[in-house]
Design a protein around this ligand. Structure first.
Ligand code: FES
Length: 115
């Protein structure tokens, strides 16, 4: 089964193949008493862009390829190159991701007046 490593905390999560990346990280965070994502997420509707992570290793094989809309949003909202929105990312194999710090986290799309 694939392993998701989450930095900077360094914990590893063993997940079923095709697990949702957000669910895996959020569930493990809760189990550890950590709140890893900001409040007010849109629940996978691609409206908030606050669920992003920076892929450090294994993105090519560890995650299903991003939909064009996801790549567009990652770019438009200011995440570092190669970041993924966890709510629509599917785990396929081992992958290492890093939770972005405050300055790297994508802007909410409505924050700059864009529709
Ligand atoms: S939870 Fe809103 S875009 Fe992922």
């Amino acid at each position: 089964m694939p392993t998701v490593t989450v930095l900077p905390h360094g914990f590893r999560i063993v997940v079923e193949a095709r697990a949702n990346l957000f669910d895996a990280i959020e569930r493990e965070g809760r189990r550890r008493g950590l709140s890893l994502f900001p409040l007010g997420l849109c629940g996978g509707k691609l409206q908030c862009c606050q669920c992003g992570v920076v892929v450090v290793d294994g993105g090519e094989t560890g995650l299903k390829r991003p939909y064009p809309r996801e790549s567009e949003l990652v770019r438009e909202t200011g995440y570092p190159t190669g970041s993924r929105l966890t709510c629509i990312s599917t785990v396929r194999g081992d992958v290492t991701v890093r939770l972005p710090d405050e300055c790297e986290r994508g802007r909410r799309p409505e924050a700059d007046g864009d529709p």
